[in-house]
Design a binder for this molecule. Structure first.
Ligand SMILES: [Fe+2]
Ligand SMILES: [Fe+2]
Length: 231
C-alpha cells in the first residue's frame, strides 16, 4: 500500500525556510517581517467593514513620505512596518463600537481611543519592534503636533517622527474612503485639508514633503485601489 503524499510533507519544512531566509539576512528577514505585518494589517481591515485596504494604503504612503524626507533605509523600513500595524489595537475595540454607523457616545469614544495603547501592548513582546521604535510609532499615531492628540498628548518633536508621518498617511487614507456618515473626499480636497492642518494636527515638515510630491501620492493611492480614485 502506498501512502498518499501529504501536501504538508511535500512542501519545505518551516526550519528549512527560516534557515534559508536567515541566510540572506537582514534584507530577507525584513521582507518576512514586512509580510507578517501586511498580513496582520489585513486582519484588522477585515474586522472593520469601513476601512477596505486602509492599513496597506497607510503603510505604502508612509513608506513613500519617509523616503522623500531622506530618512535612512532601515528607518523607512520600520515606518513601513508600523504603517501596516498602526491600527492593530482595534482588535481590542468592541465590534459594536468599531462598526457603529452613527456618532459615538463618550464611553464608546473612550473605548475607540484606547486602540493605540492596546496596539502597543500587543506588539511589545516582539523585542525587535520595541527596540526599533515600531511599538512607539503605533502608540503615538493619533498624537497631534500641537499636543491635542491621544493617548499621551505629546507635541512636536516629542512625537516619534514615524508616528508624525503615519498620521498624515492615515488621515489622507481615511478622508479618501467613504464612511456611513459621509462620502469619500476627492484627493485635491483631502490634500488641502492636510495642508490646512500643517503645524496644528500635522508636522509642517511632513506636510511640506507631502505637498512637494502630492502627484506621486495620488498615483500611489490609485495603484493601491486599482486605479479608482477621485482627483
Ligand atoms: Fe507594505
Ligand atoms: Fe488609529
Amino acid at each position: 500500500m502506498t501512502m498518499p503524499t501529504s501536501p504538508l510533507l511535500a512542501s519545505p519544512g518551516v526550519f528549512e525556510v527560516l534557515t534559508a531566509t536567515a541566510g540572506h539576512a537582514p534584507d530577507a528577514l525584513m521582507a518576512l517581517v514586512h509580510e507578517l505585518a501586511a498580513s496582520l494589517g489585513r486582519a484588522i481591515d477585515a474586522k472593520d467593514p469601513h476601512t477596505l485596504a486602509h492599513s496597506e494604503e497607510v503603510a505604502e504612503v508612509a513608506n513613500f513620505l519617509a523616503t522623500v524626507l531622506g530618512l535612512p533605509r532601515d528607518v523607512v523600513a520600520c515606518i513601513h512596518v508600523a504603517g501596516h500595524l498602526h491600527d492593530i489595537g482595534k482588535i481590542g475595540v468592541p465590534d459594536a463600537v468599531l462598526g457603529k454607523p452613527g456618532s459615538l457616545s463618550p464611553d464608546e469614544w473612550k473605548k475607540m481611543k484606547a486602540h493605540p495603547a492596546i496596539g502597543a501592548e500587543i506588539l511589545l513582546p516582539l523585542t525587535c519592534f520595541a527596540q526599533t521604535g515600531i511599538v512607539e510609532m503605533v502608540q503615538a499615531h493619533h498624537e497631534r503636533f500641537d499636543g491635542s492628540g491621544y493617548p499621551l498628548g505629546l507635541c512636536g518633536q516629542r512625537i516619534p517622527l514615524g508616528a508624525r508621518i503615519i498620521s498624515v498617511a492615515d488621515s489622507l487614507s481615511a478622508m479618501l474612503q467613504a464612511r456611513p456618515y459621509r462620502p469619500a473626499m476627492g484627493f485635491a480636497e483631502a490634500g488641502r485639508e492636510i495642508m490646512r492642518c500643517g503645524g496644528s494636527q500635522f508636522d509642517p515638515d511632513v506636510v511640506a514633503a507631502f505637498a512637494a510630491v502630492a502627484g506621486d501620492v495620488y498615483r500611489l493611492f490609485g495603484s493601491c485601489r486599482g486605479g479608482s480614485l477621485m482627483p
